[in-house]
Design a protein around this ligand. Structure first.
Ligand SMILES: [Zn+2]
Length: 459
């Protein structure tokens, strides 16, 4: 979502308090990584977010003693529930206290609603639910007695983390984990916007990877809308974000799953067919694309020079001095935090728009990562006129995302294959054939055409 739209929403929407990362993430000194929640505004105006919280797209039911949904037990939930959480007199929900049930319930609503707002803005249209034939609204159940969480057809239900002894840890409600909720909502967005494979013969291997990558990128881009998260990421790395040199530069943020996923250096030859594993090269290629666009912007506005950009893009194992690169980024970042942030937000919104245009045009049937790459290249042409295509091609080539080896796209077509030339060593029969073919067709000016060969075979 653009910075301007976000500012406008902050004046017209309903406010909540959200932590960008789980409250249990700690700094090295043991203090919380994000000690205070941020005020986050959802697009629904005050007065229209009803008790629950609830609106016309999502609603919270704080179920009592609920077991998880299964094959014989599906939404809507009709059992006992705690009273719905009500807004303050001003229509906002910022009065709720972290650590209470009401805070957890409101967090779950606000996270889902906020992520939906962000992505509807990138798509430029409403994102309908993939379960709309059965349910009008997404049911959110924040605190069930389960050491797990799940998203399913028409619902999200979340339990708790575990203590070292295996017992449920009621201090770690999953519904307050922004990353996890945003990731699950990402699956819904991919279901709606990409669809599902229709053939039973389709093994959907890359489709599975796209789904997991889609969930992670939905979450990462949403996370980059928290000021405190962006500030921390840039301060920690001094703007040196390129992922292929490892996670060490992100410091304490490396405890965040989404950051670990973004800063991965896996290529296609490193991964198998399991969807989470397979998602890593795709997520890495797309995160790198964002970082390259960020660096390109830093060069454009004169915050770093082209030489630093090129040096930092060198692959691991090269002779480039990583310490020297870190020092040069640190010097460039000093006193320019706000400009670095503006460049990163620009790159964030480019990636969000790029993914929305791409997903909206992909076919889910027999989908390959190469189809995704082609979709991205086409999407970039629509968004920037093709300006970032070289970046996309480079990032994907490094991840070894290319046409599958037996792709028909890779098959050359010689003149013989195309029936434009016979197998004989000499090409004279072709000329005869072509001349025969056109000999009796006078051209517009009444002259007979002279057939010409079209170049050597195999081109
Ligand atoms: Zn997932």
């Amino acid at each position: 979502m653009s910075v301007e739209l976000d500012r406008r929403l902050a004046e017209t929407g309903t406010s909540f308090l959200l932590f960008p990362q789980p409250r249990f993430l700690r700094k090295r000194d043991g203090s919380p990584l994000f000690p205070a929640p941020e005020t986050v505004t959802v697009s629904v105006p005050p007065g229209e977010v009803r008790a629950g919280p609830a609106d016309d797209r999502v609603f919270v039911v704080d179920a009592i003693g609920k077991t998880r949904y299964g094959q014989f037990n599906r939404p809507p939930y009709r059992g006992p529930a705690h009273p719905p959480v009500t807004p303050g007199e001003d229509g906002h929900f910022t009065h709720l206290v972290p650590g209470t049930r009401a805070f957890s319930a409101a967090t779950m609503y606000a996270t889902v609603r906020r992520v939906l707002d962000l992505w509807e803005d990138y798509f430029g249209h409403r994102i309908d639910w993939h379960f709309e034939s059965d349910f009008a609204r997404l049911e959110l159940i924040p605190l069930i007695e389960w050491d797990n969480a799940q998203s399913g057809y028409g619902f999200l239900e979340f339990g708790f983390g575990r203590r070292p002894n295996g017992a449920i840890d009621h201090d770690l409600p999953y519904c307050e984990n922004f990353d996890v909720l945003a990731h699950e909502l990402g699956h819904s967005i991919v279901f709606t916007e990409v669809g599902t494979p229709s053939s039973p013969d389709d093994r959907g291997i890359d489709y599975g990877g796209l789904h997991e990558s889609g969930g992670d990128l939905t979450a990462i881009i949403a996370l980059l809308h928290f000021d405190s998260f962006v500030d921390h990421l840039l301060d920690e790395t001094r703007g040196n974000l390129l992922t292929i040199n490892g996670l060490d530069r992100v410091g304490e943020l490396s405890d965040s799953r989404e950051i670990r996923v973004a800063f991965n250096s896996r290529r296609m030859s490193d991964v198998g067919e399991e969807p989470h594993d397979r998602s890593l090269p795709l997520t890495g290629a797309l995160f790198d694309t964002m970082v390259e666009v960020f660096q390109q912007e830093l060069v454009r506005v004169g915050l770093i020079d082209q030489q630093l950009r090129e040096d930092s893009n060198n692959l691991p194992g090269s002779s480039v001095d990583l310490e020297d690169i870190a020092r040069r980024f640190s010097a460039a970042y000093e006193g320019h935090a706000e400009e670095f942030k503006a460049a990163l937000l620009l790159a964030r919104d480019y990636l969000g728009t790029l993914l929305a245009v791409t997903w909206g045009d992909l076919s889910p049937d027999f989908l390959t990562y190469h189809d995704v790459l082609r979709g991205l290249v086409r999407a970039d042409r629509r968004i920037t006129g093709g300006a970032n295509q070289p970046i996309i091609r480079d990032c994907f080539a490094w991840r070894e995302i290319a046409p599958v080896p037996d792709s028909l796209l890779l098959r050359p077509h010689s003149l013989v294959d195309c029936g434009l030339r016979t197998q004989q060593a000499t090409d004279s029969p072709t000329r005869v054939l072509l001349v025969d073919h056109v000999a009796d067709q006078p051209s517009a000016d009444g002259h007979r055409r002279v057939a010409a060969t079209t170049g050597p075979a195999g081109t």
